[in-house]
Design a protein around this ligand. Sequence first.
Ligand code: ATR
Length: 279
Amino acid sequence: MTTAPDRYAVIGNPIVQSKSPIIHGLFAAATGQQMEYTKVEGRIGEFAKQLDELRAGGMRGMNVTAPFKLEAFAYATHLSESAKLAGAVNALKFEGGEVHAQNFDGVGLVNDIERNQKTPMRGKRVLLLGAGGAVRGALLPFARSEPAVLVVANRTLAKAEELVSMLRTQSSVNVQACSYEDLSEPFDVIVNGTSASLFGEAPPIPTAVYSPSALVYEMAYGKGATPFLRQAKAAGATRLVDGVGMLVEQAALAFEWWRGVRPSTEQAIAQLAIPIDFS
Ligand code: ATR
């Protein structure tokens, strides 16, 4: 007798673009897990009701993407430290009446930088651009990597200052808030966590922040040669990457949390990577 596979899904709106089913399908095949992973289009304004229905239908866990990460936070009964710090949730696990919630984006990003990009951040100068949800989720994982200095720079300085004050209550890392125009020294790792690329723009940072050996990281995935990456290249940076590795690494953390098996991420990253064309 065969039993039905355990069910998982990603919920968002829109959702057609999501690569999560491909990634989790590769993980399941490689680790021999009997599971099904689908896409669900979230109904705006009915997130909790829809989740109740999905759970009643036997769903075991979900990934959550825009615009539902805050509603997932509110829906959870048990929030992890990562979810509390990010103020947002990207993975849920359902156990009876309990809804456990995590946010793996920040650790996924750090794993990609340190393992896949072979750039340990310990003792390095690290710059995070932006002060929205994406950067907030990355802060504590970055601090735990023990950089020499972690600078958070944002168009609206007050928002960067707020995040830095919050991090100082959690970590003793040397963290500073800065406006874009006040950046003047080169960094070893520069991460664009703003949404500027979605508007065809780049954060207006001085070219002095880039050095030829710096790792320059566009958090968004598959957006090609964004204005940020073009600006870095023009300034002489040579190590330019997008967020495909972050996407796959956060998925691997969710998969391990649900299934108790850590999948290898190499194959999925190779399959989903889109070469950045600067021509
Ligand atoms: P997300 O959840 O994707 O982080 P968000 O919370 O809306 O989205 O935050 C967007 C971030 O991108 C903010 O840091 C925003 O800067 P402000 O705080 O000054 O608004 C930044 N951002 C958006 N468009 C930008 C642009 N054109 N140039 C520079 N920064 C930009």
